[in-house]
Design a protein around this ligand. Structure first.
Ligand SMILES: Cc1cc2nc3c(=O)[nH]c(=O)nc-3n(C[C@H](O)[C@H](O)[C@H](O)COP(=O)(O)OP(=O)(O)OC[C@H]3O[C@@H](n4cnc5c(N)ncnc54)[C@H](O)[C@@H]3O)c2cc1C
Length: 454
């Protein structure tokens, strides 16, 4: 019995592997010419890789930790030794130990308390049933901040925090989504922390290896089971099965046609809505659903030179493009890499510049944040906002009204015979938006299919 999986990101490949383990034949259709989706590696020096997409994980990401162990992949701790640099204006321009910004601690503490309180109110199993869900889902995070954050330091820091956590501009997300996201990721303290938190380590050699290995294993077991450069354009639930149509990248004409017992659609919700599904299921996105906005930059040095100056490479900046930087140098040596994050509104403005302007702006800012560093040897830029088969990251952003409209059917099988299943990190109520959410969603979708067809 054949199952088609749409998308060779983490969720799709985890689902396909689990189905293959359960005895199904699988066909994974991937639009891009590579696997991995929102995980992607860049070789910054010979055999030295950095993550252009997802990078960080923590010990509560148990699905990911287990998967890494199965694949024989190791992790490396995120290097945070040394002082942080802050360029937040006025007294906020400082070099100091730790990650707490040189802003009014009481104002920031109150902001985090308010956020914590909201986070605890969320119904983690059904966010749309949260007490006061309707009001919270209508309210944007910008409106919430205008109402609740009176101190200028809290108003300054809130968008930086949302940018770092969710790659979101406050005007683009509902407050219910913010509270849900923080809850689903294990709470603010866990999500935001390096040591002991969600950013504790990285996959040594790059997270892209996970999907590459999963795909290679699948192809070894079932030759031809992962098809690249073949986007799915239409799916029909015939009652007795599903008919999946694909097109090749260079053509807009449907050129492939596959019969299967079931299909798992493992792509971000706004992309799922671009597939012509018959009969039409409940919408996966609305006009308010946004793109997480992040451009990831890598500034490459001969070695992590900032460590010589007692710095961690971590910085937080009120002005862009680099709103934050972190040391992502390969643990084996051979290069020093500062990763810069351009998020939220900054990412969209930055994406509109020419490559030369983008490079000049990033290098110029790095020289202001870290005047002790020479010019970088190399520069890499990955703009996820404008990639056709991601349309943003870290995850889709649920705008005003989205949780109430979309939440109840996000993971519910569709079609007259329930043969259309949904995966992808945005369908996971646990660790939504993260690699862990993608893995859990793939496992859940595969189990649904197995239960239905065995
Ligand atoms: C810059 C960045 C930083 C991040 N940081 C972290 C982090 O530190 N830690 C963390 O845990 N997570 C992080 N994430 C999020 C993480 O990458 C995602 O949650 C996860 O990879 C999503 O996996 P997925 O399978 O749900 O979706 P995707 O990876 O998006 O996979 C979907 C796949 O479907 C394909 N596709 C789309 N449309 C079609 C179609 N019509 N037909 C066929 N194929 C199609 C796409 O090309 C893609 O390969 C980050 C993401 C980015 C981009």
């Amino acid at each position: 019995m054949t199952v088609v999986v749409v998308g060779a990101g983490l969720s799709g490949l985890v689902a396909a592997t689990r189905l293959a383990d359960a005895g199904f034949d699988v066909m994974v259709m991937e639009a891009r010419n590579r696997v991995g989706g929102r995980t992607h590696g860049i070789e910054v020096a010979p055999e030295r890789w950095v993550d252009a997409g997802a990078a960080y994980l923590g010990e509560r990401h148990t699905g990911l930790v287990d998967l890494l162990a199965e694949l024989g992949l190791k992790t490396t701790p995120t290097d945070m030794d040394g002082a942080s640099r802050f360029l937040l204006g006025g007294d906020g321009d400082q070099t100091r130990d730790g990650r707490f910004p040189p802003l009014n601690a009481v104002a920031l503490g109150e902001m985090f308390d308010l956020l914590d309180e909201l986070t605890r109110q969320v119904d983690p199993a059904a966010p749309w049933l949260t007490p006061d869900a309707e009001r919270l889902d209508r309210l944007t995070a910008a409106e919430w901040a205008a109402e609740h954050l009176t101190h200028p330091d809290a108003r300054l820091f809130f968008p930086l925090f949302l940018g770092e956590m969710m790659a979101a501009a406050p005007a683009d997300v509902s407050m219910l989504h913010v509270a849900f996201y923080l809850r689903s990721g294990g709470g603010i303290s866990y999500l935001n922390a390096f040591a002991g938190g969600a950013q504790e380590s990285r996959v040594a050699g790059g997270a892209h290896q996970i999907c590459e290995q999963l795909a290679a294993d699948l192809v070894a077991r079932q030759p031809g089971s992962v098809r690249l450069g073949e986007p799915v354009v239409a799916i029909e639930d015939t009652g007795a099965g599903v008919l999946v149509r694909t097109s090749y990248e260079t053509s807009s004409i449907a050129t492939g046609s596959y019969d299967a017992a079931a299909v798992i659609i493992a792509v971000p919700p706004p992309l799922a809505d671009r597939i012509e599904i018959t009969p039409r299921p409940a919408p996966r996105a609305t006009a308010a659903t946004g793109r997480g906005s992040a451009v990831k930059l890598h500034l490459v040095y001969p070695e992590p030179l900032w460590r010589d100056a007692g710095l961690s490479g971590w910085s937080v900046n009120a002005g862009g493009p680099l709103l934050s930087t972190v040391d992502d140098s390969p643990a084996e040596g051979g290069a020093g890499v500062l990763t810069g994050f351009v998020t939220g509104r900054e990412a969209r403005a930055y994406g509109a510049l020419s490559y030369d302007e983008q490079r000049a702006a990033a290098v110029d800012q790095a020289s202001r944040v870290f005047p002790e560093l020479p010019a970088p040897l190399d520069f890499h830029l990955t703009d996820w906002v404008n990639q056709d088969y991601s349309r943003g990251c870290y995850a889709a952003l649920f705008g005003p009204g989205d949780w109430l409209a979309l939440g109840p059917t996000l993971a519910t099988p569709a079609g007259p015979s329930g043969r259309i299943h949904w995966a992808g990190t945005e369908t996971s109520l646990e660790f939504f938006g993260l690699m862990e959410g993608a893995i859990r969603s793939g496992q859940r979708a595969a189990d649904e299919v197995t239960e239905q067809h065995h």
